[in-house]
Ligand binder design. Sequence first.
Ligand code: AMP
Length: 288
Amino acid sequence: MILLETADAMRAWSRARRAEGHTIGFAPTMGALHEGHASLARAAVRECGVAVASIFVNPAQFAPNEDFDKYPRTFEADRAMLEGIGVHALYLPSARDMYPESYSTYVEVGGVSQGLCGGSRPHFFRGVATVVTKLFNAVEPDRAYFGQKDAQQCAVIRRMARDLDTGIEIVQMPIVREADGLAMSSRNRYLGPEERTRALCISRSLFEAGRRMGGGLKDAAAVAAGVREGMAETRIDYVELVDAETMRPVAAVDRPVLLAAAAWVGDTRLIDNILFTPEAPKEDASCC
Ligand code: AMP
């Protein structure tokens, strides 16, 4: 696995692989890798001739009061994991190269970036869309892999990739969970044992809501209320049922929906979600 530290070096390497006839798969990360990240890297290796991963803890997506400084950095373990998976190149830009002193260009994605995490972290998606645009410009991938764990982020990137004519296919991979249901996250490392147990109420409440929707519950407010009740041991940021594509709130479970939750467990903010698609109504044989 080759390590590349500048956009120019990354792009030159990528272009050489493309000239050899390879397609390029890309899995961007902020490091502190776990099996969720590994699933993206494995998909890139499996589905593309050449797989690139990146590690960059992006200052532009953290507000001053957030955890940029304490965000876990585990480079040697990350490198070993990616190498073991068979990733061909690891892009490691520096913050100074990404955002030099006179840096002044940002990417704002309308619509899908509003609400949910965009509501509680107003700086966040501008930072994400900007850094992913820059990573895309360095890697020039054919396909890029993102996790459903950050479903709104995936919707924002998909919209950005389409609106800016990148030609890059955005692939959303399912959430990888611990055996007890907790969605894997680099931030789970912050949780003490008692908090780790308490955090389980998030996935448990979402799964229970999934069962209720499967049983025919249609009312979005009732679905969300059940989840809130189940998450009483946390400090809830939001629980919302939204259209899975537009991220706009829905009143009823009458299309593919995303049930998304964010909550604080101690000092740690966690997010999780489930996707749910109601069964199409049965054809009425008596009609027509
Ligand atoms: P991060 O390093 O947190 O910025 O995440 C990098 C990528 O990994 C994003 O596309 C995330 O959605 C994805 N990811 C993080 N956690 C998981 C998970 N538990 N399952 C699947 N993908 C994940």
